[in-house]
Design a protein around this ligand. Structure first.
Ligand code: F6P
Length: 357
């Protein structure tokens, strides 16, 4: 038995832990694993792949990035623009199927986020046995409590806020930190709370600049001369739209730039010196946290188990500390976004965090 493995979408810490889990579990069943390079692109004929042996994947669990490479644009992008679904053309699907058949691959594990799993679903619907593994720092996939990579990104945000805090205090400044997350505010929310931000601006809660400025000036009355503001890249003011850096071409739009806009407006409204830091891809780099290492490894093992049980078209999922599975279709039908009335937002508000609403 020979199975295929690929990583799709933006990279994220924990991808190699999944590979470690897949290769180890497959080896225990006597199966071979072919790792396709650069996501679905590796399936284009004649196929770009390598045989993954246990000896070669020993020790990769703790490495950031992916030893397979990945791609979030290109021929097989499942999402375009602001999250629109894209059907992969039939000739590309045929080409990929031919490669898989020629290499004797009986089933494929697709490790990806919303876009790559949408493509995985098309592979399944078109007749190829596929299982999915939920990956993304954005944590925006439905039907799983958590994706791997999210915890590592939040840790980077938290560490950055800890650092910004000391310099903000020294200069009595407002520090704005722009973080990733696309159209969901999970990274901003968790990172902002953990790093002690006094304002957190997320896509799910349209904000008013005046309210954020007021909250900063209010803090001054209590003797806090500095403030940290976290803004998710997909956040937008009540009277404005999201800030887009690039239309995305063959993929999704590239967000970015709202941090600078927020910093400028807050400086005008508060009269305080304000600076913006855009964290960017630092959030996706480096080694995975302990949680993401363990989660990634468990997800990889579960994906092999699903193939052994012939439960195709399913995605590994994490619920109540348990690794199970759900139909891929359930995971990609809509984005999992922060509930503005939910317990976490309410808890943050009750300790004084401003969401600008
Ligand atoms: O989906 C993960 C993510 O890091 C988003 O948070 C971000 O908007 C996007 O990918 C950045 O993509 P790229 O690496 O193409 O700039």
């Amino acid at each position: 038995m020979r199975i295929g493995l690929l990583n799709g979408g933006g990279d994220c810490p924990g991808l190699n832990a999944v590979t470690h889990g897949v290769v180890g579990a497959a080896a225990s069943l006597g199966w071979e694993v072919l790792g396709f390079r650069d996501g679905y692109e590796g399936l284009l004929s004649p196929g770009d792949y390598k045989l993954l042996r246990v000896e070669k994947t020993e020790g990769i669990l703790k490495l950031g990035g992916t030893i397979l490479g990945t791609s979030n644009r290109g021929h097989f992008a499942g999402k375009v623009g602001e999250g629109g679904v894209r059907r992969i053309p039939a000739e590309l699907m045929d080409d990929a199927f031919q490669t898989l058949r020629k290499l004797d691959v009986s089933a494929l594990i697709c490790v990806g986020g919303d876009g790559s799993l949408t493509t995985a679903l098309q592979f399944f619907e078109d007749g190829f046995p596929v299982v999915g593994v939920p990956k993304t720092i954005d944590n925006d996939l439905e039907a799983t409590a958590m994706t791997f990579g999210f915890d590592s990104a939040v840790q980077v945000v938290t560490d950055s806020l800890d650092r910004l805090h000391t310099t903000a205090e020294s200069h009595s400044r407002v520090m704005v930190l722009e973080v990733m997350g696309r159209h969901a505010g999970w990274i901003a929310l968790y990172g902002g709370i953990a790093g002690g931000a006094s304002a957190i601006l997320i896509p799910e809660v349209p904000f008013s600049y005046e309210k954020v400025a007021e909250s900063i000036l209010e803090r001054e009355k209590f003797g806090f001369r500095s403030s940290l503001v976290v803004v998710a890249e997909g956040a937008a003011p009540v009277d404005g739209g999201i800030v887009v850096e690039d239309s995305g071409g063959a993929g999704e739009v590239r967000l970015g730039g709202i941090g600078d806009v927020v910093a400028k407006r807050l400086a005008e409204l508060t009269g305080k010196e304000t600076r913006c830091t855009r964290l960017g891809h630092v959030q996706r780099g480096g080694s995975p946290t302990c949680l993401d290492r363990v989660l990634g490894m468990r997800f990889g093992v579960k994906a092999v188990k699903l193939i052994e049980e012939k439960r195709f078209g399913r995605m590994v999922s994490y619920k109540q500390y348990h690794v199970g599975s759900v139909p891929i279709a359930d995971a990609v039908k809509s984005l999992k976004r922060v509930d503005p009335e939910g317990e976490i937002v309410v808890a943050a508000k009750s300790v004084g965090v401003c969401f600008g609403d």
